[in-house]
Design a protein. Structure first.
Length: 240
């Protein structure tokens, strides 16, 4: 949530700001207010904005902060409870993939085979490796298939553990995909692959680039939005 210059609510400065927040100053023109995943309030403000003005702004947004802080606390509580128990299912290819308790452990016959009575939190390091293995078995072949259909020459396909990108493309035509993408459904996987393939020979996000993406994925804007839900699911399960 963003606000403009805040010079009007001067009456609020008569009272000390009771809301704790983290202040980040930068070369921006207005004050911006966010609540992070953990419910912490973060305020971004111009370098020269007086602290009293920032306090006034935060104080004036108390109701908004309370609302979104409560939502963040609910998410943290839900995640904590989920991580404290053995999982019944895990996200994979856009589906709720069942978990069964039998050996050998791994991803076998369309199911996650995991130890019984072990909390999800304890399994996360193993699950990260397992997801990466599934991704390596799936995403490179899918990428090469789509590259062939698009007549795009690529030098390599690599699976990485990038936290902030679903994929990337190097200047040499190497496609990099995060293993986290394997949690998304096939349509979203294809969108990310097409996006990176369109970067081969065009390392920008110009109108021409997006026209190339749209020619293959007409509803690419909806795909971008849906990827946000996949990220939220990964966060819930501690796989972000």
């Amino acid at each position: 949530m963003k606000g403009g210059k805040c010079g009007k609510s001067r009456d609020l400065s008569l009272f000390p700001c009771s809301m704790e927040y983290r202040l980040v100053r930068s070369r921006r023109k207005s004050i911006a207010l966010t609540v992070d995943r953990s419910g912490n309030v973060v305020v971004r403000a111009p370098l020269d904005t007086p602290k009293s003005v920032i306090d006034d702004f935060v104080q004036s947004k108390t109701d908004w902060i309370d609302k979104y802080s409560a939502q963040a606390e609910d998410r943290v509580r839900e995640k904590t409870e989920l991580l404290s128990k053995p999982p019944l299912w895990l996200p994979l290819m856009g589906e709720e993939c069942p978990v069964v308790n039998k050996q050998p452990y791994g991803y076998i016959d369309g199911c996650f085979r995991l130890p019984e009575d072990m909390a999800l939190e304890r399994m996360i390091p193993y699950l990260r490796k397992l997801y990466a293995s599934i991704a390596k078995d799936t995403l490179p072949a899918r990428t090469r298939l789509i590259a062939g259909r698009m007549n795009v020459n690529i030098s390599d396909v690599k699976i990485n553990s990038a936290k902030t990108r679903w994929g990337s493309c190097s200047s040499t035509g190497s496609i990099n995909l995060s293993w986290k993408l394997i949690a998304a459904d096939l349509k979203l996987i294809d969108y990310v692959i097409v996006h990176e393939l369109c970067h081969v020979g065009q390392m920008n996000h110009s109108p021409e680039f997006w026209a190339k993406v749209e020619a293959v994925i007409p509803d690419y804007k909806q795909c971008r939005e849906r990827l946000k839900d996949v990220q939220k699911t990964l966060v819930r399960f501690g796989l972000d």
